[in-house]
Design a protein around this ligand. Sequence first.
Ligand SMILES: [Zn+2]
Length: 243
Amino acid sequence: MKAVLILSGGIDSSTLLYYLLDEGYDVHALTFYYGQKHSKEIEHSKLIAEEAKSRGNVEHRVADISSIHDLISSGALTGKESVPKAFYSEEVQKRTIVPNRNMIMLSIAAGYAVKIGAKEVYYAAHKSDYSIYPDCRKEFVKAFDAAVYLANLWTPVEIKAPFVEMTKDEIVKLGLRLEVPYELTWSCYEGNERPCLSCGTCLERTEAFLINNARDPMLSDEEWERAIEIYRKMKEEHESQNK
Ligand SMILES: [Zn+2]
């Protein structure tokens, strides 16, 4: 069975890659370069896809859609604004949105699936305490699945988001069981050599490992200690602001 997977090189989609391989799928992973200032994501998606070949059949392609960057991107991810240093709140999060990103990527992925004869397209939408991205909700998955079905009646393709009701720490729990090499994944929204440890995704990542009584294997001992310190401080601030 062939499945197309949108792979970002982060924790969620990397876990989904290993989950699908564990389920016996041949995975055709697709990574999008949409003009994000951190091409780190792309590098790490290549690393993880390469490593995953030890678990099953993996094809990996990078789709460059950066030429539409000016049409859709104005937020922090593509370099015109700085990345917010805080837990996600609605206000902060709006600045990290690339409008309609999942729909654009899923549309292309669905077309790719039809071309290669895959019946399913997977993406790692999930529930987050800090995140309100509307195109990660199950209502969106259901509606888009119906639209893709109608758009490809003779060659039906399903849109699947098996993590849609899971939180990030539950995804990490599954990934630890599947022995996902998290040291190869990348989450930080900053384009630096090492993770900043204080942007929204870094904080969520630290939290997900802490809840699982694990440590983030991509960080050095010193970085991990610093990550915990920053997490605790910002969690306190976040909670006192939301009282
Ligand atoms: Zn960061």
